[in-house]
Design a protein around this ligand. Structure first.
Ligand SMILES: [Zn+2]
Length: 478
């Protein structure tokens, strides 16, 4: 690999040397199926050919991509079309036949860049180059529709929370987490738009309000086959409301053990690789899933932190192409020892813009990048959708390949404590004895009196007496 890199650095330098200065200043716009494309690395023109980042073009055209690291070879498949490109080689293969390229796929600034026209046409798309406007227009001819046999994983944009929808190849539905109470309605409309009427498995990874908050709203709107829960309860009103609803509506409720399978689709091998055990923190009790669809694998771990990540890798082979990284990109999760076993090529983080935890933490982003994750996607601007037909996979969504971590503004969370000066409405309800009413009163108190100068001042909030406060004390900070 080292030798390979050296060759490419040399190649790159030689190219840069011959590149006319004006070429750099020209910006090429790429339109695919009517949508303007943005790439984390700008397209470049070399010898009259436009090169663009590999993942960008294949994903948009709906091809499944597999990457052979040893051979430096990428294989893209879409329908009857198969393309094989080797980085640095002018010989490409289309449906097994050799094809000579003017400009080969190459590594530029550590990104694999591929010839746009060749790739698009080989996948059956039409390409039009407008020289004066410096614009490439591509029509895939299929509007990006799937063949109906894909596995789809939709990571919803629910702010500083989690909610992930899995649509299995045979049409079954799994919803992992239901965001906060305020995102419940948003999840419901997303699912309805997707034509969903029932949820076969509703998995609540753990009892925190940013995972269970919208569950009641979801259960009110869809027929639920079974709820899976970590089994580690929380005293919050939000969690109690959820349990009460399940109880009153006779919804099947199951606390799985690590090692159990979810057998709702014969095409998929879904293993529960973590669930709550006695003594777990709520985060470490998170129900974690490893899913295999032939050659594609996906791992999701809720808010699992170091201890849970350790026991997952101790017991299971959790190698995965795509990792839904734990705990909203917190430094508590995505530890090196864990990533070295998962070996993901893409990671997805679910967090809200400007959240008070400072998620994603730079430590987690750096560890992901160091572990070889090429693309880090996040839900803060919109949903991130992974599709796979069991060979490769595609991802649609916003990326942050260069880690741009938010600055932590609330270090009270470092010990897992809740900062009563910065916690929002939902987060406050994670404190024992705090329901929606008290949470609102705490916020009202802050709004009219400013920050609490000591935790004891919480007793000035109506409804918090000495006994309640003593229960709250170990969980809070200022
Ligand atoms: Zn969470």
């Amino acid at each position: 690999m080292r030798k390979f890199l050296a060759i490419f650095i040399a190649l790159l330098l030689s190219f840069t040397a011959f590149l006319p200065l004006s070429a750099e200043a020209k910006r090429i716009s790429v339109i695919i199926d009517g949508r303007s494309q943005t790439y984390d690395q700008d397209p470049v023109v070399q010898n009259g050919r436009t090169l663009i980042p590999l993942r960008g073009v294949f994903e948009t055209l709906g091809a499944n991509v597999t990457w052979n690291q040893k051979a430096n070879k990428v294989t893209a498949k879409k329908g009857n079309h198969t393309i094989e490109l080797t980085v640095g080689s002018k010989i490409a293969k289309v449906n097994g036949k050799n094809h000579t390229l003017d400009v080969e796929a190459k590594l530029i600034n550590n990104r694999t860049m591929v010839p746009l026209r060749f790739v698009s046409e080989s996948l059956g798309a039409k390409v039009n180059w407008n020289q004066s406007a410096n614009k490439v227009t591509i029509s895939s001819g299929d509007g990006g529709s799937s063949n109906g046999k894909d596995l789809e994983i939709h990571h919803l944009n629910v702010g500083q929370a989690d909610s992930t929808l899995l649509l299995t190849p045979n049409g079954k539905t799994i919803l992992i987490d239901a965001g906060t109470q305020s995102s419940g309605q948003k999840i419901v409309s997303y699912l309805k738009k997707a034509g969903i009427t029932s949820i076969d498995r509703l998995i609540i990874t753990h009892a925190h309000a940013d995972h269970v908050g919208g569950a009641v709203e979801v259960m009110k709107n869809f027929k639920i086959g079974q709820v899976l829960d970590s089994g580690i309860p929380h005293t919050s009103q939000t969690y109690l409301n959820y349990l009460t609803y399940i109880d009153e509506h006779n919804i099947k409720f199951h606390v799985p053990k690590a090692g159990e399978k979810i057998g709702i689709d014969p095409a998929l091998d879904i293993t529960i690789v973590n669930s709550g055990i006695k003594g777990d923190s709520l985060n470490d009790s998170s129900v974690a899933l490893h899913l295999k669809y032939n050659n594609f694998a996906y791992l999701t771990t809720g808010d699992a932190e170091r201890a849970a990540e350790q026991r997952i890798v101790n017991r299971f082979n959790v190698k995965a192409d795509v990792l839904k990284a734990g705990h909203h990109g917190s430094s508590t999760s995505s530890n090196d020892f864990f990533l070295s076993k998962v070996k993901p090529s893409a990671a997805i983080l679910s967090y809200g813009v400007g959240n008070s935890y400072g998620h994603p933490h730079s430590e987690a982003l750096t560890r992901l990048a160091n572990a070889g994750v090429k693309n880090i996607y996040h839900t803060s601007k919109g949903e991130v959708i992974v599709k796979s037909n069991g060979t490769g996979y595609t991802v649609q969504g916003s990326t942050s390949t260069t880690p741009t971590p938010n600055k932590p503004v609330d270090n009270g969370n470092q010990q897992g404590k809740i900062n009563i000066n910065t916690a929002g409405y939902e987060r406050l309800q994670d404190i024992t004895g705090v329901g929606p009413v008290i949470a609102q009163r705490i916020i009202d108190y802050r709004n009219s009196n400013g920050k609490f100068s000591k935790v004891e001042d919480l007793k000035k909030v109506k409804g918090i007496g000495d006994i309640t406060f003593e229960k709250m004390r170990p969980q809070i900070t200022i």
